[in-house]
Design a protein around this ligand. Structure first.
Ligand code: PEP
Ligand code: MN
Length: 361
């Protein structure tokens, strides 16, 4: 074959490549159009029967030299690309996503605006154990000029024989503390059946890590008129976390705070592995405020402070940590709660850190 022939053939291949490319793109455009029609009709986008039909049709029309299996393989990839474009479209449409709403969502609780760049703090015991136990912590929180307190009345525990929380009695204690100390209450609700009653006592409903994919609970808190603090599941990907928030927002409640609390990995030096990179990713992908729970992620009192600094430095809207007047006798999470003096030191060091780094811009 002469040099000139080879050049001509290569030129023809280049032309064909471009033609194929144009056709694949044109095809993707038509598939997107179909996606929009289907969405209007509420029909599922992926239709395996239709795909089978298209492949059969192609094979019937294949006169070679490509073998049937190659035709099927190539076109399966082409189908997939167009379908992925549709999925992207769908992602763009998530209510919690930045693509849907570019401004930060600000959740206002007890006069505190969460999600404005100034970190908020949620401190309090793991579980509500008694009035005096919560009151001691509340006094310490109040003296720092803070506005929020946490405490579990319903505790999701690994063992059914462990302390399960005081239930309604715990909520009543929190309400009384809230009134006496001017603090808004963040408390976990574990089932939709407790929700109605709980709304009289709590200001922010916490959905715990173990319930991040309790879809009925997510839908239920999506219909209330109070902020929801949604914790990341123990083994949840960020995509699953974002979709859990979408469950809430899809019901009309847009007051959502996301909370990274560590995920389970093979590492045993910490209780969970704090996925610090989740913070900027969630801030980028969604318009919601993002907190970091340094207690349940690390499970270690000795590294609460550096973990909290990291959270603030990386752009978290708030930090959660557990405080107990006497952690050694706490009915849950005794190993990781701070006592009141440790709390003071922790908070003062964080304040200093924030000043040095001009976080309070
Ligand atoms: C809690 O914050 O009280 C708690 C149980 O945390 P998590 O759901 O993240 O384990
Ligand atoms: Mn705890």
């Amino acid at each position: 074959m002469s040099h000139v022939d080879l050049e001509a053939l290569r030129a023809r291949v280049d032309e064909i490549n471009v033609e194929i490319l144009q056709l694949i793109n044109e095809r993707a455009g038509v598939v997107q159009e179909i996606g929009r029609v289907k969405e209007k009709q509420g029909v599922n986008r992926y239709d395996p029967l239709r795909e089978r039909h298209m492949l059969d049709h192609l094979k019937e029309n294949n006169s070679g030299p490509l073998p049937q299996s190659t035709v099927e393989h190539i076109f399966k990839e082409i189908f997939k690309t167009a379908l992925e474009l549709q999925v992207d479209d769908q992602k763009k449409a998530l209510l919690v996503s930045r693509k849907k709403k570019s401004e930060d969502t600000v959740v206002e609780i007890n006069g505190e605006k969460i999600g404005t760049g100034t970190p908020s703090f949620v401190f309090g015991p793991c579980a509500v154990e008694s009035y005096t136990q919560v009151a001691e912590v509340a006094a310490a929180i109040q003296s720092k000029g803070l506005k929020l307190i946490r405490g579990g009345a319903y505790k999701p525990r690994t063992s059914p024989y462990d302390f399960q929380g005081l239930g309604l009695e715990g909520l009543k204690i929190l309400k009384q503390i809230s009134q006496e100390y001017g603090l808004a209450v963040v408390s976990e609700i574990v089932t939709p059946s407790h929700l109605d009653e709980a709304l009289d006592y709590v200001d922010v409903v916490q959905v715990g890590a173990r319930n991040m994919q309790n879809f009925e609970l997510l839908k239920a808190v999506g219909s209330i008129n109070k902020p929801v603090l949604l914790k990341r599941g123990i083994a949840a990907t960020l995509d699953e976390f974002i979709h859990a928030a979408e469950y809430i927002m899809s019901q009309g409640n847009d007051q959502i705070i996301l909370c990274e609390r560590g995920i389970r990995t093979y590492e045993r030096a910490t209780r969970n592995t704090l996925d610090i990179s989740a913070v900027p990713i969630l801030k980028q992908e969604t318009h919601l405020p993002v907190f970091v729970d340094v207690t349940h992620s690390t499970g270690r009192r000795d590294i609460l402070l550096p973990a909290a600094k990291a959270a603030i430095a990386i752009g978290a809207d708030g930090v959660m940590a557990e405080v107990h007047p006497d952690p050694a006798v706490a009915l849950s999470d005794a190993a990781q709660q701070m006592n009141l003096q440790q709390f003071d030191e922790f908070y003062n060091s964080l304040q200093k850190f924030m000043k040095t780094h001009e976080v309070h811009a």
